[in-house]
Design a protein around this ligand. Structure first.
Ligand SMILES: NC(=O)c1ccc[n+]([C@@H]2O[C@H](COP(=O)([O-])OP(=O)(O)OC[C@H]3O[C@@H](n4cnc5c(N)ncnc54)[C@H](O)[C@@H]3O)[C@@H](O)[C@H]2O)c1
Length: 295
């Protein structure tokens, strides 16, 4: 916990959040941390005094994040690499050991999918989806947890999953299954690591426009349309990256020190609504109003 003493009054000038979060001086490793949701998480953690270590596949995003963190005066490691490659992951963990000798938080951000009915997909595609969404989470957790145990200060592991891990996702069957596997893995790992004070939780966003999502939408993006978002999402707007990064800051911090084995849903209420839509002119209905069918 960081304290700053006012030289005149000799009182602690750190704010409530700074004192209670215990984030300052900790170290977080973030996979996929240079773009999209990952960059928002890395920057928000750094803004709270966390030293970020990032691996990302996008060399431009890596250069940009490295530059931004340096400009802001943050101590960081930002490596170009593929988090699906166990050797690349191991190299980042080793760099963290060498530089800081501690690890407090792991955020598994890497994930992604393509849209296709299940019967149009192949074993090659299934393997790719499992590698992108599940396997590296296992590798990263198996590297992070022993370091946290050795550190003796507990730790926080955070997986970015999706609302599609909690409902059917036509066109995304294997992605949905892989993310659901991450959710269930996290619950068991949370229990196994609870005696060490290491917490494991998931964040399951709904729709947050990022470059990744733009690729999936094939140029048509009804969810980004104010009416599309307002109908499908109870809060009436799509997600913002900070809706997700705020959850990651909370889960990394001591404010969530008794929270483990669970999932936060920064989704504007979509998961809770489970098919109830706020139709313009009609109000809430769990079916398409006749008036809208002809459009
Ligand atoms: N954006 C959304 O609406 C949304 C919704 C639900 C869940 N998610 C999940 O959130 C996570 C991030 O999504 P995003 O929209 O920010 O995606 P994104 O494509 O913007 O990816 C974030 C970063 O990860 C990097 N990355 C991708 N594959 C990598 C790899 N193999 N190794 C290292 N870095 C890699 C990218 O270069 C990018 O900088 C994913 O797991 C995704 O499934 C996103």
């Amino acid at each position: 916990m960081s304290t700053e003493i006012d030289p005149v009054t000799q009182t602690d000038t750190a704010g409530w959040f700074e004192r209670r979060s215990g984030l300052a001086g900790t170290v977080a490793l973030i996979t996929g941390g240079a773009g999209g949701l990952g960059a928002a998480i890395a920057l928000d953690l750094a803004a709270n005094g966390v030293r970020p270590a990032v691996i990302d596949l996008d060399p431009t995003a890596v250069d940009d994040l490295r530059g931004t963190l340096a400009e802001l005066g943050h101590d960081s490691i930002v490596q170009h690499g593929d988090a699906r490659d166990p050797d690349a992951l191991a190299a980042l963990f080793a760099a963290v050991d060498d530089r800081w000798g501690r690890l407090d938080t792991l955020v598994n951000v890497v994930g992604g999918t393509f849209r296709a009915p299940f019967l149009d997909t192949t074993p090659k595609g299934w393997d790719a989806l499992l590698r992108t969404n599940l396997h590296h989470v296992l590798y990263a957790c198996s590297a992070a947890a022993p370091r946290m145990q050795t550190g003796g200060r507990g730790g926080s592991i955070i997986n970015i999953t999706t609302i599609e891990a909690h409902r059917a996702a036509p066109g995304f069957a294997v992605y949905s299954a892989a993310k659901a596997a991450v959710e269930q893995f996290a619950r068991t790992l949370a229990v196994e690591l609870a005696p060490d004070g290491i917490r494991v939780n998931n964040i399951a966003p709904d729709y947050v426009p990022t470059p990744n999502l733009a690729r999936l939408s094939n140029g048509e993006d009804p969810m980004s349309d104010p009416v599309g978002g307002a109908v499908a999402i109870p809060m009436g707007r799509v997600g913002r990256v900070e809706d997700v990064s705020g959850c990651a800051v909370f889960l990394a911090s001591a404010l969530s020190s008794y929270v483990t084995g669970t999932t936060l849903h920064p989704d504007g209420g979509t998961f809770a609504s489970s098919g109830w839509f706020n139709w313009p002119g009609e109000g809430w209905a769990n079916h398409v109003p006749l008036e809208h069918l002809g459009r």
